[in-house]
Design a protein around this ligand. Structure first.
Ligand code: DC
Length: 233
């Protein structure tokens, strides 16, 4: 079987990582959550009082940041490590969510993380989700998905996720955070969230997880077959 790259982009809380994780498990591909990297950098900046309006401070801080992922069989996920410490939980809290879009606007941060992401996809066989994966990180990905869903559904999913983690938060705060992130992610100068020309749109407002996986799997298998044929010719 030929290995391909699956690039998944879309708005916050559209279910990108749920789909990406399921596809990676099904095809034995690596799953990389690029948002976790931007979150880890944001956590480092917050914890170390880095003034991210100051370019020198940003460059110096980036030199001291090392991000890695390690599979945890207990949670069945790839967990994020920042300088050797497990930060999987810390990077998902509202303190980081409130600032991550600001940090991801910074060019030096994007340059460093895009390089790291491209290195991870060098051998293909990878599913990566984010905002610029099909447009900037892997413009030659064999399959690009652009995911979307109604804002009310996205807010509900995110709210339930945070409640389950024990965060005390209101629906209004979650709505505000998602709208704010969508606004920054789509209007920033550096690699704004855009649908790649050759991306397939997946609106999962009315889909179950199983339905969305079935549809995406069909597309993955078509692309793998096409790649196989290219090679045989
Ligand atoms: O996918 P997420 O919500 O965990 O991502 C957190 C933030 O990181 C999101 O608001 C925008 C940013 N991001 C980005 O700019 N580019 C990516 N490839 C992934 C995430």
């Amino acid at each position: 079987m030929k290995d391909i790259i699956v690039a998944i982009d879309g708005y916050s809380s559209c279910g990108k990582s749920t789909l990406a994780r399921a596809l990676a498990a099904k095809y034995h591909y690596a799953y990389v959550d690029s948002g976790a990297m931007y979150r880890a950098v944001t956590l480092y900046f917050l914890n170390n009082d880095v003034d991210w309006a100051n370019e020198n401070q940003v460059l110096q801080a980036l030199d001291h940041i090392s991000i890695s992922f390690k599979f945890n069989p207990e949670t069945d996920t790839n967990e994020t490590y920042l300088n050797g410490l497990n930060v999987e939980y810390a990077i998902r809290d509202m303190r980081v969510s409130a600032k991550v879009s600001e940090v991801s606007k910074i060019k030096a941060v994007r340059v460093a993380l895009v390089q790291f992401q491209q290195d991870m996809g060098e051998h293909r066989g990878i599913v990566m989700d984010g905002r610029d994966i099909g447009t900037v990180v892997f413009p030659d990905a064999e399959l690009k998905l652009f995911m979307t869903a109604d804002i009310a559904i996205r807010v509900q999913r995110r709210y339930q996720e945070l409640l389950a983690k024990g965060e005390s938060i209101t629906i209004e705060q979650v709505t505000e955070n998602l709208r704010h992130r969508d606004q920054i992610d789509t209007t920033r100068e550096e690699s704004p969230l855009r649908q790649a020309k050759d991306a397939l749109v997946l609106d999962n407002t009315n889909f179950t997880q199983e339905e969305q996986l079935a549809l995406a799997s069909k597309w993955v298998e078509e692309r793998i077959a096409a790649k196989q044929q290219e090679i045989e010719w």
